[in-house]
Design a protein around this ligand. Structure first.
Ligand code: URA
Ligand code: URA
Length: 245
């Protein structure tokens, strides 16, 4: 039988169902088990094979991230951090982001409000995103190696980073970004599991589970060392070129 409109329609539906099943399986592999309502696949005339990046917020990824956030809020793996924190700082931005920024750990402002990068370094990061990259902060995703503030802003301990890694990986598994930008040595070394200095990690792409990773200086470092703004901007331009903008 020649392929008429009916046959084509069936093929599209089959593809849409397959895409949905793959999505759910990948969420399951990521340990996301509280998806809530399972979405129905509508037999649409032109099914969306690829999820759009500007979908409404009440979708599968939003629900999946909310489930991870509940686990983070209840986490007591790092006894000292759980005892001293005011809030956990889960992450913020779009569940459909192509680009995820990874910082080090919440500071005093972030701990107080439960939001990443809202202090002085955060304002500089927002400028890099909005004035430099011409993106909206709410369209990227921002998180840290740690979801709790280390007392006195000390560096994360290896055990703390290891405890928090499951959450970072689950968030990435839900968002499935194409790009990660590591901010500073702590983020870069932890994510890429290396001891190489940031000066050697920056300026080129690395791979993390199929995601292209660019490392650059931390905005807090830029505030103390304005001379590092130039190489940081070079890194950001490299990232923008790779993202196709
Ligand atoms: N510095 C970080 O690394 N992360 C934040 O969220 C804030 C400051
Ligand atoms: N050391 C860091 O930890 N981060 C930077 O961005 C630069 C130096």
């Amino acid at each position: 039988m020649p392929a008429g409109p009916y046959t084509v329609g069936m093929m599209q539906k089959t593809q849409a169902v397959r895409a949905m099943v793959q999505r759910l399986e990948s969420l399951q592999r990521a340990g996301v088990t509280h998806l809530g309502k399972v979405p129905q696949v509508e037999p649409a005339a032109t099914p969306a094979i690829e999820p759009a990046r500007d979908q409404p917020q009440s979708d599968v990824q939003t629900a999946a991230l909310a489930a991870v956030a509940r686990d983070v809020a209840a986490c007591t793996r790092c006894a000292e951090l759980a005892r001293t924190r005011k809030h956990t700082v889960f992450g913020a931005g779009s569940p459909h982001a192509r680009l995820v920024f990874v910082g080090e750990a919440p500071g005093v402002d972030e701990d107080r409000q439960g939001e990443p990068f809202i202090g002085r370094a955060g304002k500089l990061l927002t400028d890099i995103i909005e004035k430099g990259m011409k993106l909206r902060r709410k369209d990227v995703y921002i998180m840290n190696i740690l979801r709790c503030r280390p007392p006195g802003n000390r560096n994360p301990l290896p055990a703390e980073a290891a405890n928090c890694r499951e959450f970072l990986d689950r968030q990435l598994a839900v968002i499935q970004p194409e790009f990660i930008c590591c901010l500073g040595a702590v983020a870069a070394q932890n994510l890429l599991e290396t001891t190489a200095p940031i000066g050697r990690l920056r300026g080129r792409f690395h791979d993390y589970r199929g995601i292209k990773v660019l490392c650059t200086y931390h905005p807090a470092y830029l505030l103390r060392n304005p001379a590092a703004k130039k190489p940081t901007w070079d890194d950001i331009k490299l990232l923008m070129a790779e993202m196709g903008g």
